[in-house]
Design a protein around this ligand. Structure first.
Ligand code: COA
Length: 330
Protein backbone atom coordinates (compact mmCIF):
# COMPACT_ATOMS: atom_id res chain seq x y z
CA UNK A 1 0.00 0.00 0.00
CA UNK A 2 1.33 3.40 -0.94
CA UNK A 3 1.20 6.05 1.76
CA UNK A 4 0.91 9.75 1.07
CA UNK A 5 3.97 11.74 2.08
CA UNK A 6 3.02 14.06 4.94
CA UNK A 7 5.07 16.83 6.47
CA UNK A 8 5.30 20.35 7.86
CA UNK A 9 4.53 23.00 5.24
CA UNK A 10 4.83 26.00 7.51
CA UNK A 11 6.10 26.63 11.02
CA UNK A 12 5.85 29.56 13.41
CA UNK A 13 6.59 30.20 17.06
CA UNK A 14 5.89 32.81 19.68
CA UNK A 15 7.35 33.59 23.09
CA UNK A 16 5.96 36.25 25.42
CA UNK A 17 7.96 39.45 25.90
CA UNK A 18 8.56 39.27 29.63
CA UNK A 19 12.01 37.82 30.39
CA UNK A 20 12.52 36.15 33.79
CA UNK A 21 16.24 35.72 34.45
CA UNK A 22 17.92 33.46 36.99
CA UNK A 23 18.83 36.67 38.84
CA UNK A 24 15.11 37.52 39.09
CA UNK A 25 14.63 34.14 40.82
CA UNK A 26 17.48 34.91 43.22
CA UNK A 27 15.30 37.74 44.55
CA UNK A 28 12.32 35.42 45.11
CA UNK A 29 13.70 32.12 46.41
CA UNK A 30 16.83 30.54 47.87
CA UNK A 31 18.63 29.84 44.59
CA UNK A 32 21.47 31.18 42.47
CA UNK A 33 22.17 31.81 38.83
CA UNK A 34 25.20 29.55 39.20
CA UNK A 35 23.13 26.61 40.55
CA UNK A 36 20.49 26.88 37.84
CA UNK A 37 23.01 27.29 35.01
CA UNK A 38 25.29 24.44 36.06
CA UNK A 39 22.46 21.98 36.87
CA UNK A 40 20.21 22.77 33.90
CA UNK A 41 21.83 25.17 31.40
CA UNK A 42 18.91 27.60 31.76
CA UNK A 43 19.70 31.33 32.04
CA UNK A 44 16.32 32.91 31.40
CA UNK A 45 12.79 32.07 30.33
CA UNK A 46 9.69 33.96 29.18
CA UNK A 47 6.54 34.46 31.23
CA UNK A 48 3.16 35.36 29.73
CA UNK A 49 1.65 38.77 30.50
CA UNK A 50 -1.26 38.73 33.00
CA UNK A 51 -3.80 39.07 30.19
CA UNK A 52 -2.28 36.27 28.06
CA UNK A 53 -3.40 32.66 28.28
CA UNK A 54 -2.40 29.60 26.25
CA UNK A 55 -4.86 30.27 23.41
CA UNK A 56 -3.34 33.76 22.94
CA UNK A 57 0.14 32.28 22.54
CA UNK A 58 -1.31 29.72 20.08
CA UNK A 59 -2.84 32.47 17.95
CA UNK A 60 0.47 34.35 17.56
CA UNK A 61 2.38 31.19 16.60
CA UNK A 62 -0.41 30.01 14.27
CA UNK A 63 -0.48 33.26 12.29
CA UNK A 64 3.23 32.87 11.56
CA UNK A 65 2.88 29.19 10.64
CA UNK A 66 0.03 29.97 8.21
CA UNK A 67 2.03 32.80 6.66
CA UNK A 68 5.06 30.52 6.21
CA UNK A 69 2.84 27.86 4.64
CA UNK A 70 1.34 30.47 2.31
CA UNK A 71 -2.11 29.60 3.60
CA UNK A 72 -4.96 31.27 5.44
CA UNK A 73 -7.04 29.87 8.27
CA UNK A 74 -9.71 29.01 5.67
CA UNK A 75 -7.36 26.33 4.30
CA UNK A 76 -7.24 24.54 7.67
CA UNK A 77 -9.53 21.51 8.18
CA UNK A 78 -8.68 20.77 11.83
CA UNK A 79 -7.13 22.65 14.75
CA UNK A 80 -5.24 20.44 17.20
CA UNK A 81 -3.66 22.01 20.28
CA UNK A 82 -1.17 19.98 22.31
CA UNK A 83 -1.16 21.46 25.80
CA UNK A 84 -1.32 20.57 29.47
CA UNK A 85 -2.15 24.17 30.38
CA UNK A 86 -5.36 25.03 28.50
CA UNK A 87 -7.09 28.34 29.31
CA UNK A 88 -9.84 26.44 31.16
CA UNK A 89 -10.07 22.89 32.60
CA UNK A 90 -13.21 22.38 30.52
CA UNK A 91 -13.39 23.78 26.99
CA UNK A 92 -10.58 22.93 24.62
CA UNK A 93 -8.05 25.70 24.02
CA UNK A 94 -8.42 24.71 20.36
CA UNK A 95 -11.98 26.08 20.34
CA UNK A 96 -10.75 29.42 21.67
CA UNK A 97 -8.06 29.47 18.99
CA UNK A 98 -10.73 28.71 16.38
CA UNK A 99 -12.74 31.72 17.56
CA UNK A 100 -9.73 34.06 17.71
CA UNK A 101 -8.53 33.04 14.24
CA UNK A 102 -12.05 33.31 12.81
CA UNK A 103 -12.18 29.69 11.68
CA UNK A 104 -15.91 29.05 11.80
CA UNK A 105 -17.02 25.37 11.96
CA UNK A 106 -13.46 23.99 11.81
CA UNK A 107 -13.24 20.94 14.12
CA UNK A 108 -10.99 21.42 17.15
CA UNK A 109 -9.57 19.40 19.98
CA UNK A 110 -6.81 19.43 22.56
CA UNK A 111 -4.36 16.63 23.19
CA UNK A 112 -2.38 16.22 26.41
CA UNK A 113 0.88 14.33 26.17
CA UNK A 114 2.67 16.97 28.28
CA UNK A 115 6.12 17.85 26.94
CA UNK A 116 5.84 15.20 24.18
CA UNK A 117 2.65 16.91 22.97
CA UNK A 118 4.00 18.52 19.80
CA UNK A 119 5.41 15.19 18.61
CA UNK A 120 2.19 13.35 19.54
CA UNK A 121 0.15 16.07 17.79
CA UNK A 122 2.19 15.92 14.59
CA UNK A 123 1.83 12.13 14.61
CA UNK A 124 -1.97 12.27 14.98
CA UNK A 125 -2.21 14.90 12.24
CA UNK A 126 0.07 12.89 9.94
CA UNK A 127 -2.09 9.79 10.39
CA UNK A 128 -5.30 11.69 9.66
CA UNK A 129 -3.90 13.17 6.48
CA UNK A 130 -2.53 9.82 5.34
CA UNK A 131 -5.92 8.28 6.03
CA UNK A 132 -7.60 10.91 3.87
CA UNK A 133 -9.66 12.40 6.71
CA UNK A 134 -8.27 15.94 6.38
CA UNK A 135 -5.92 17.83 4.05
CA UNK A 136 -4.37 20.58 6.18
CA UNK A 137 -4.12 20.42 9.97
CA UNK A 138 -2.89 23.17 12.28
CA UNK A 139 -0.93 21.56 15.12
CA UNK A 140 0.13 23.81 17.98
CA UNK A 141 2.20 22.98 21.05
CA UNK A 142 1.60 25.72 23.61
CA UNK A 143 1.92 26.23 27.34
CA UNK A 144 1.50 28.89 30.01
CA UNK A 145 3.44 26.94 32.62
CA UNK A 146 4.07 30.07 34.70
CA UNK A 147 0.47 29.66 35.96
CA UNK A 148 0.94 26.11 37.28
CA UNK A 149 4.40 26.26 38.84
CA UNK A 150 4.91 26.87 42.53
CA UNK A 151 6.95 30.05 42.77
CA UNK A 152 7.98 28.99 46.30
CA UNK A 153 9.36 25.60 45.18
CA UNK A 154 12.92 26.04 43.95
CA UNK A 155 13.01 22.43 42.73
CA UNK A 156 10.56 23.20 39.95
CA UNK A 157 9.86 26.91 39.39
CA UNK A 158 13.25 27.74 37.85
CA UNK A 159 12.87 25.14 35.10
CA UNK A 160 9.84 26.25 33.12
CA UNK A 161 8.75 28.98 30.71
CA UNK A 162 5.85 29.93 28.45
CA UNK A 163 5.60 29.78 24.66
CA UNK A 164 3.95 28.28 21.59
CA UNK A 165 4.93 26.65 18.30
CA UNK A 166 2.59 25.94 15.40
CA UNK A 167 2.91 23.74 12.34
CA UNK A 168 0.73 23.37 9.26
CA UNK A 169 0.75 19.66 8.45
CA UNK A 170 -0.22 18.67 4.90
CA UNK A 171 0.49 16.24 2.10
CA UNK A 172 3.96 17.02 0.70
CA UNK A 173 6.20 16.08 -2.22
CA UNK A 174 6.81 12.31 -2.38
CA UNK A 175 9.70 11.15 -0.20
CA UNK A 176 9.67 14.29 1.97
CA UNK A 177 8.13 14.87 5.38
CA UNK A 178 7.70 12.25 8.12
CA UNK A 179 9.83 9.16 7.42
CA UNK A 180 9.75 7.47 10.81
CA UNK A 181 7.54 8.03 13.84
CA UNK A 182 7.80 6.40 17.25
CA UNK A 183 5.69 7.16 20.34
CA UNK A 184 5.90 5.58 23.77
CA UNK A 185 4.62 5.95 27.31
CA UNK A 186 5.34 4.57 30.78
CA UNK A 187 2.08 5.07 32.66
CA UNK A 188 3.26 2.97 35.59
CA UNK A 189 5.47 5.84 36.73
CA UNK A 190 2.48 7.90 37.72
CA UNK A 191 3.90 9.67 40.75
CA UNK A 192 6.93 11.35 39.25
CA UNK A 193 5.56 14.45 37.57
CA UNK A 194 2.05 15.78 38.05
CA UNK A 195 -0.26 18.32 39.63
CA UNK A 196 -1.71 16.26 42.50
CA UNK A 197 -4.95 18.22 42.98
CA UNK A 198 -7.49 20.04 40.85
CA UNK A 199 -8.51 17.08 38.70
CA UNK A 200 -11.37 14.63 39.26
CA UNK A 201 -9.31 12.39 41.55
CA UNK A 202 -8.68 15.14 44.07
CA UNK A 203 -10.68 18.32 43.45
CA UNK A 204 -9.16 21.42 44.98
CA UNK A 205 -10.13 22.27 48.53
CA UNK A 206 -8.81 24.82 51.01
CA UNK A 207 -6.50 22.05 52.24
CA UNK A 208 -5.04 21.18 48.79
CA UNK A 209 -4.41 24.86 48.14
CA UNK A 210 -2.75 25.28 51.54
CA UNK A 211 -0.57 22.23 50.74
CA UNK A 212 0.22 23.76 47.33
CA UNK A 213 -1.02 20.59 45.62
CA UNK A 214 -2.54 22.74 42.86
CA UNK A 215 0.96 23.24 41.45
CA UNK A 216 3.42 20.98 39.59
CA UNK A 217 5.15 18.41 41.81
CA UNK A 218 8.17 16.63 40.42
CA UNK A 219 10.73 14.04 41.47
CA UNK A 220 13.56 15.62 39.51
CA UNK A 221 16.06 12.77 39.73
CA UNK A 222 13.47 10.20 38.58
CA UNK A 223 12.50 12.40 35.62
CA UNK A 224 16.18 12.73 34.76
CA UNK A 225 16.70 8.95 34.80
CA UNK A 226 13.62 8.42 32.62
CA UNK A 227 14.64 11.13 30.17
CA UNK A 228 18.15 9.85 29.52
CA UNK A 229 16.78 6.50 28.40
CA UNK A 230 13.52 7.70 26.76
CA UNK A 231 15.05 10.34 24.47
CA UNK A 232 17.60 8.01 22.83
CA UNK A 233 15.13 5.12 22.76
CA UNK A 234 12.54 7.18 20.86
CA UNK A 235 15.09 8.71 18.49
CA UNK A 236 16.84 5.42 17.73
CA UNK A 237 13.49 3.70 17.08
CA UNK A 238 12.27 6.50 14.77
CA UNK A 239 15.60 6.43 12.89
CA UNK A 240 15.31 2.67 12.46
CA UNK A 241 11.76 2.96 11.10
CA UNK A 242 12.91 5.73 8.74
CA UNK A 243 15.96 3.70 7.64
CA UNK A 244 18.23 6.58 8.61
CA UNK A 245 21.44 6.58 10.67
CA UNK A 246 22.52 9.30 13.09
CA UNK A 247 25.39 10.14 10.70
CA UNK A 248 22.80 11.11 8.10
CA UNK A 249 20.89 13.43 10.43
CA UNK A 250 21.67 17.09 9.86
CA UNK A 251 20.16 18.18 13.17
CA UNK A 252 18.26 16.90 16.18
CA UNK A 253 15.61 19.02 17.93
CA UNK A 254 15.27 17.65 21.47
CA UNK A 255 12.86 18.68 24.20
CA UNK A 256 14.57 21.58 25.95
CA UNK A 257 14.48 20.47 29.60
CA UNK A 258 18.09 20.23 30.70
CA UNK A 259 21.41 20.44 28.85
CA UNK A 260 22.76 17.47 30.83
CA UNK A 261 19.85 15.32 29.60
CA UNK A 262 20.53 16.37 26.01
CA UNK A 263 24.26 15.62 26.37
CA UNK A 264 23.54 12.16 27.78
CA UNK A 265 21.03 11.46 25.00
CA UNK A 266 23.48 12.58 22.31
CA UNK A 267 25.98 9.94 23.46
CA UNK A 268 23.34 7.21 23.30
CA UNK A 269 22.20 8.30 19.85
CA UNK A 270 25.86 8.32 18.74
CA UNK A 271 25.51 11.83 17.37
CA UNK A 272 27.81 14.74 18.21
CA UNK A 273 26.28 17.30 20.56
CA UNK A 274 26.81 19.96 17.86
CA UNK A 275 23.94 18.38 15.90
CA UNK A 276 21.52 19.10 18.75
CA UNK A 277 19.77 22.45 18.57
CA UNK A 278 19.74 23.91 22.08
CA UNK A 279 17.95 27.11 23.12
CA UNK A 280 16.91 26.17 26.66
CA UNK A 281 19.36 28.77 27.98
CA UNK A 282 16.96 31.48 26.73
CA UNK A 283 13.53 29.86 27.02
CA UNK A 284 13.77 27.14 29.69
CA UNK A 285 11.42 24.18 29.43
CA UNK A 286 8.28 25.25 27.55
CA UNK A 287 6.86 21.69 27.56
CA UNK A 288 4.86 20.92 24.41
CA UNK A 289 6.14 24.12 22.75
CA UNK A 290 9.87 23.50 23.19
CA UNK A 291 10.68 21.27 20.21
CA UNK A 292 8.69 23.48 17.83
CA UNK A 293 10.24 26.69 19.17
CA UNK A 294 13.70 25.19 18.63
CA UNK A 295 12.77 24.19 15.08
CA UNK A 296 11.30 27.64 14.41
CA UNK A 297 14.41 29.41 15.62
CA UNK A 298 16.69 27.19 13.54
CA UNK A 299 14.60 27.98 10.46
CA UNK A 300 14.73 31.70 11.20
CA UNK A 301 18.52 31.47 11.44
CA UNK A 302 18.69 29.70 8.08
CA UNK A 303 20.08 26.50 9.61
CA UNK A 304 17.73 24.18 7.69
CA UNK A 305 17.17 23.70 3.99
CA UNK A 306 14.89 21.54 1.88
CA UNK A 307 15.88 17.89 1.96
CA UNK A 308 17.74 18.00 5.29
CA UNK A 309 17.15 14.96 7.49
CA UNK A 310 16.23 15.91 11.04
CA UNK A 311 14.81 14.31 14.17
CA UNK A 312 12.39 15.82 16.67
CA UNK A 313 12.51 14.07 20.02
CA UNK A 314 10.84 14.61 23.37
CA UNK A 315 9.72 13.26 26.72
CA UNK A 316 7.38 14.46 29.42
CA UNK A 317 4.87 13.88 32.17
CA UNK A 318 2.76 10.77 31.87
CA UNK A 319 5.43 9.62 31.39
CA UNK A 320 5.42 10.00 27.61
CA UNK A 321 8.07 10.14 24.91
CA UNK A 322 8.35 10.19 21.15
CA UNK A 323 10.36 11.06 18.09
CA UNK A 324 9.79 11.88 14.42
CA UNK A 325 12.49 11.62 11.77
CA UNK A 326 11.68 13.78 8.77
CA UNK A 327 13.05 15.10 5.52
CA UNK A 328 12.57 18.85 5.67
CA UNK A 329 10.05 20.12 3.13
CA UNK A 330 10.90 23.79 2.46
N1 COA B 1 18.49 26.35 43.58
C1 COA B 1 19.35 25.91 44.52
N2 COA B 1 19.32 24.67 45.02
C2 COA B 1 18.37 23.85 44.56
C3 COA B 1 17.45 24.24 43.57
C4 COA B 1 17.54 25.55 43.10
N3 COA B 1 16.69 26.03 42.17
N4 COA B 1 16.63 23.21 43.31
C5 COA B 1 17.02 22.19 44.08
N5 COA B 1 18.08 22.57 44.83
C6 COA B 1 18.80 21.80 45.83
C7 COA B 1 18.02 20.64 46.33
O1 COA B 1 17.15 21.06 47.36
C8 COA B 1 19.10 19.72 46.83
O2 COA B 1 19.48 20.16 48.11
P1 COA B 1 19.68 19.11 49.29
O3 COA B 1 20.75 18.17 48.80
O4 COA B 1 20.08 19.97 50.43
O5 COA B 1 18.35 18.45 49.44
C9 COA B 1 20.27 20.01 45.90
O6 COA B 1 19.95 21.24 45.23
C10 COA B 1 20.56 18.96 44.89
O7 COA B 1 19.37 18.58 44.28
P2 COA B 1 19.34 17.41 43.27
O8 COA B 1 17.92 16.98 43.08
O9 COA B 1 20.36 16.39 43.61
O10 COA B 1 19.87 18.14 41.95
P3 COA B 1 20.03 17.51 40.54
O11 COA B 1 21.45 17.54 40.14
O12 COA B 1 19.30 16.22 40.38
O13 COA B 1 19.27 18.58 39.64
C11 COA B 1 17.20 18.95 38.53
C12 COA B 1 17.90 18.82 39.87
C13 COA B 1 15.72 19.19 38.78
C14 COA B 1 17.79 20.12 37.78
C15 COA B 1 17.42 17.63 37.70
O14 COA B 1 17.10 16.54 38.50
C16 COA B 1 16.56 17.62 36.47
O15 COA B 1 16.75 18.40 35.57
N6 COA B 1 15.63 16.66 36.38
C17 COA B 1 14.73 16.60 35.25
C18 COA B 1 13.64 17.60 35.42
C19 COA B 1 12.87 17.84 34.16
O16 COA B 1 13.39 17.82 33.08
N7 COA B 1 11.57 18.08 34.32
C20 COA B 1 10.69 18.36 33.25
C21 COA B 1 10.39 17.15 32.49
S1 COA B 1 9.46 17.47 31.07
Amino acid sequence: MDFKSVGIKGLGYYVPEKVMTNFDFEKLIDTSDEWIRTRTGIEERRFAAPDQATSDLCVEASKKALENANMTIDDIDLILIATCTPDYPVQAAACLVQKKLGAKQTPCFDLNAACSGFIYGLTVAGGMIRGGVYKNILVVGAETLSRIIDMEDRNTCVLFGDGAAAAVVSEVEEGYGFLGVYLGAEGEDDDILKIPAGGTKKPNTVETIENRENFVHMKGKDVFKFAVHALPRATNKAMKIAGVTSDELKMVFPHQANIRIIEAAAKRIHAPIEKFYVNLQRFGNTSSASVGIALGEALEKGKLKKGDLIALTGFGAGLTYGSIVMKWVY
